[in-house]
Each structure stands twice: as C-alpha cells, then as structure tokens.
Design a protein around this ligand. Sequence first.
Ligand code: ARG
Length: 565
Amino acid sequence: MSSFKKEVVSLLSETTEVPPEEIASRLEYPPDGSFGDLAFPCHLLSKRLKKPPQAIASELAERLSPRASIDRIAATGPYLNFFADPAILATEVVSSIISQREDFGFSDEGRGKTIVIDFSSPNIAKPFGVGHLRTTVLGNGLYHIFSKLGYKLVRVNHLGDWGTQFGKLITAFKLWGDEARLEKDPIGELFDLYVEFHRRAETDSSLEEKAREEFRKLEKGETETSEFWRRFKDLSLQDFDRIYRLLGIEFDSYAGESFYNPYIEKTIEALKSAGLTRVSEDALIVDLEKYGMPPCLLKKRDEATLYATRDIAAAIYRYETYKFHKNLYVVGSAQRLHFQQVFKVLELMGYPWSKDCHHIELGWIKFEKGAMSTRKGNIVFLEDVLSKSVELVKSIIEEKNPTLEDQDRVARQVGVGAVVFWDLSARRNKDINFSWEEALNFEGQTGPYLQYTHARLASVMRRYGEPLPPHPDLSLLSGAQEQKVIKLLSRFPEHLQRAAFDYEPYHLVSYLLELASAFNSFYQSQRILCEDLNLRSARVSLAEATRTVLKEGLRLLGMESPESM
Ligand code: ARG
C-alpha cells in the first residue's frame, strides 16, 4: 500500500472508529482523476450516524485536515475524496520501483504456506487441443502470481493417463493400428484410432465390450496391455513437452491418474469403514442425496475404478505429502459437479482440509461449429495455433522491420505471447469464442501491443545510454499524464493481490493495458529525453519504472518481453 493510502486509512479510521482493514477494503479509485485519487463511500456510515451519506461526506470534508501525503480532501455527493500530494507520490513510487526492481510488488503474505495447483492436466493419447489452453495458461499465471506473494507452489500435472479410454485405444490399435505411423506421428495415429473407434462403435456394439476387457487387463497389470499403455503414454508426453517448452511452462509433479492406482484400495477401505459406501445397481457409491447431489461413483460393476475415486485418493495424497494451505484445481466448469462431489466426500471422511480444496472454474473455448469434441475428431490443435501465430509474426517482422536482430526468437516470443494474452483477456468464467482472426489479432488491446510498449521503453533507455541518474528530482513529474502513470504504477501491488484473491489473472491483464495506454499518451505528447537535464533525469526514471512493472507484469502472465521488435 502506498503511504498515501496508508495515511488516508489511518486518518479515516481515527475519525470514524471503523477498523483500518475495513476502511482499506472499502476505499475506491475514482474513475476520473478530477474526483481525487481515493474515494470513501460515506453510505457505510449512514446507519451508525443516522444521517444521509451526502451530509456525512460534507461534514467530514470540513472537519478533516490534509496531512503528510494527502494534499486535499473534498466531498462529491456521497463520497469523500482524497487527493494525493503529487510530489510525494512521484518520489515514493518511482524511487521504490527503481530500487526494488522486479521485486516491486513482492509480499510475504504467503510465507510458510504451500499451495498445490493442479492445472493443464491433459489426457494422454489425445491431441493437446485449444480446449486445454485455458487451464494451462491460467494455471501458470496463478502459479506466478501466488509465488510473487511469497507462497510456495507445487505445480501438479494430473495427467489423464488412466481410464476406459485406454481400453478403447488398445482395442483400436490391435485391430487397425499402423506401427510405422505410430513411430512417425504418434498423436496423429492415436487420435485417428480414437475417432475410428467411436465411429465404428456406433454400429458395432462388440467394440465397447472388447475395450472394457482390455481395460480390465490393464487394471490387472497384464504385460502386453501395460506395454501398449506405457508406449502411448511416453509418446504423448514427448508431444506435450514440446508445447510446454514453447509456452515456457514447467511442472513440479507429473503424478497423473495412474499414479494413484496403489492408493485406491486403501481409499476405498477408508470410505467403507467410515460407513460412507453402499452398493447400488452393482456399483459402489457414496450416496450424496442428502446434499442434493447424485451419488459419487467409486467402482463400477466390472470393478473398474473411476475418475472420482482417483481424485479422492489424489487429494489425500496431496495433503499428506505437501500439507497444503490450499489445493487448487484449475479445470473447466463442466467438471463443477465432479469437484463438488469429491470435496463433499472428503468432508464426510472427516478431513478438515476439505474446505481448502477449491475448483477454479473456467469457461469454455467455443468454436463456430459449436463445442468441440475429441470423439468426433473436430479439434483445433494448440500446437497449430501457436505455430501459425509465430509464422504470422515472422512475416510481419520481415515486412516492417527486416533488419531486426534475432528475428526467430522475437517471432516466437510475440507469436506465443499473442495467444497467451488472447486467452487471458477475458474473465476466467466467461466462455470465449475461438476464431483464428481474434487469437492472431495484433492490433488494439493485445499482447503484442503490450510487448511493443515494453520494447519502445527499452529503446528509450538505450537511447539514453547512461546509467540511471542516482538522485533525480522526481517531484518534477507533476504533469497530468505523468501523474496518471505514477498512480497506476503505485497500484501494481494491489492489483496482484486482487488477482490472487479472485484467482483472476484478468485483473492484471486489464491493469497492464491501462498502464500501457497511460504511458503511451504521455510518450506521444511529451519528450522523455528532453533538453532540461533535471526533467530528463526524472522522466527517464519514470520510463524505467514503467518498463520494469510492464515486464514483470507480462512475466507473471507467462509472457516474454523482447527488447526490440
Ligand atoms: N484430465 C482432465 C481433463 O482433461 C482434467 C483433470 C483435472 N484434474 C483433476 N485432478 N481432476 O478434463
């Protein structure tokens, strides 16, 4: 919190006797600077003081006198508005960014606390489609944001590497598989087999039975079947790895569904001895009717274990292994009920930490033709989207900036960044429509626009060409546009906290766009490297502070910031 905000909080808390934390959470940033820099909505006090908020606002405006970093206090309707002292604010904000560099915004609220974050978690032997982009990119963003707030993160890729689909795949491969093609284009071959299986199964019901039999053999650990599975898994992982490298994403654990096989029996025993299970239509279930939910299926007739069983075992394992403060699942909203059931069962088992398990829901990526389905074979491969984007950037560079150094690297950074940013530029709960035009749009409020602003700042610093001035007079940064940038910079730490609190990197996205646009308006109307040496020192420091925050913000979103483009 800036010293200005602290001052406002303590002044208000002293006079109104409302606790400082509450004041801090109620203060608002007025949209238009002419209404001040912080506003306090006085209706919060109406009940207690038995007065209309307008009256309270004007009385407080009379009574309170500005002090320290508060320059002026005024009432506007029901709001009490506070104006920051521009010189104090500029000095404080710019110098702390310059001295803390990328650590600006770091906090230790998370010290000693571990967050397990389950994200990406694609399904083996299926192509990595655009549908998995959101969980991958959003999970990675949350990982960076929480790490910055001092938490220890454990990134888990809960691979979908177990389940009846492997029975289908093994059946299909045995019947129609092509060895040579599997070597050359493993995911292509496996994907085609999967689609083929579903196409034929529509008319040939014996196929499903064969698949169940293969999965049974797999669960029993029979060698031939297990070898097929192992091969499919290794080949898929190589494929996924390429995508993760392109995106610059890493995991701490690849413990997928199959990892929990040895824990399943123990989990089921625990559920049974807690008296939670019952047999219904030959399946073993936990009845959740009392809680308004359908039963949680633990085991099917044929003894095959299920997704939910493995998630229950996995949560227990995670608690025992990491003693998490929070256990997050970044997964599409289609699985809402699944997680509600799993968390309920954990609660019924008596685990107090079940309340720390959260499903971070995501909307769908929609396609013009309707939601896509792997079974029908209409899928957009993420790798295709990323490489098309990189190619497009390459051709733009060739046309507009042919002498740029390191073109391939820049094209990768910008091309991948564009897709990542596109994905993050809607609230996570909202569905987004996939269209090639939008994902690869580089104009307007996009990732490349932010990266371009960063490169522009980096170029100003190169032209300045000297070490930063040690003691610039930052009080000179009093112009309206400079002040706007400074105020935004001062709010970076708060936006991070909000993004973490709501599990919503989108807050950071819209903040960075606002910052870039404020800086660009300043840049277009004022010279940074101006004649007046004192002013030049101050402005260069502001430019460097902006560059630092922009670059750090992009890093948190999982994007790189080229020095020129
Ligand atoms: N593999 C699943 C899917 O692609 C997501 C797994 C999410 N994590 C979990 N623990 N269930 O839909």
